[in-house]
Design a protein around this ligand. Structure first.
Ligand code: SAM
Length: 248
């Protein structure tokens, strides 16, 4: 019997094979779960080239957006760290008449800091000074995000280009029903939480794409929640992603 780990190791060495394998996994899950939900099926296939998140994470963004609409939980949808915009586009498409905000540098990730841990620092290869300069990882362009907005004919989206630390203080958002944080690093996540957590309405949702993946993201959440003495129940999305409902 072929060992799955051996196959994965071979596949990891070839980027085209990785992408093909990823698409097979994604489409397999999509077809097995959503074969007769045509709207969702076409939506997910259209956004697939514009996102790096898993089927489970897209499904979670879709379901939480539906939930806040159905439950009458007011507020805009926000994603910080959109890359090419695919996951945020799922939220915008599903929310329809609610505003969706897409924040990204569109220059890639900034430098990590020691709080992001050895794996992040080695990946960056250099001093982990936390400067707001691109380390050329996870780079997408503003026009990539505009393209998926155009493909889905979305008219409820604002795309805000720049470092969160510069753009969030200048952006006026009244209230948030779903806040999705996907900025990977400690400083990015901490800044988003400090800027946006209070705007999330009770009963709204906060999603961490990287709580189970990057150390800095987890530390930022834990420190923030502890500093405010906020008790929450994390709900697992997949091996990396978690979310919680803001307590009433
Ligand atoms: C993992 S990618 C996001 C993936 C995306 N959610 C998707 O659907 O594929 C992380 C993104 O966070 C952005 N980012 C991280 N820290 C940032 C910061 N401080 N300011 C602006 N953008 C940041 C990067 O540019 C990158 O596009």
């Amino acid at each position: 019997m072929l060992n799955l780990e051996i196959i994965k190791n071979i596949v990891r060495k070839n980027e085209r094979l990785v992408n093909f394998y990823r698409f097979l996994v994604f489409s397999g899950k999509l077809l097995s779960h959503d074969l007769f939900n045509f709207e969702k099926l076409f939506l997910f296939l259209k956004v697939y080239p514009y996102t790096m998140v898993s089927y489970e994470k897209l499904d979670n963004a879709y379901n939480l957006t539906k939930a806040v609409k159905n439950d009458g939980v007011e507020g805009d949808l926000v994603e910080c760290g959109v890359w090419k915009g695919g996951c945020a586009a799922v939220m915008a498409f599903t929310a329809r008449n609610r505003k969706t905000w897409m924040f990204d540098s569109f220059e890639g990730l900034p430098e990590p800091t020691v709080k992001d841990g050895e794996r992040a620092i080695n990946w960056k290869q250099g001093e982990p000074k936390g400067r707001l300069i691109s380390i050329d990882r996870c780079v997408a362009s503003y026009s990539d995000a505009c393209r998926i907005v155009k493909i889905l004919k979305l008219d409820n989206v604002s795309i805000i280009k720049g470092w969160f630390q510069n753009t969030l203080p200048k952006t006026k958002i009244n209230s948030i029903s779903v806040l999705r944080l996907d900025g990977d690093w400690y400083e990015s996540t901490k800044f988003c939480l400090e800027s946006l957590y209070d705007l999330v309405v009770p009963g709204g949702y906060i999603i961490s794409d990287d709580y189970g993946c990057w150390n800095g993201d987890k530390v930022a959440f834990e420190e923030f929640l502890k500093s405010r003495d906020i008790k929450i129940n994390w709900i697992k999305i997949d091996s990396h992603g978690y979310y919680f409902k803001k307590p009433l």
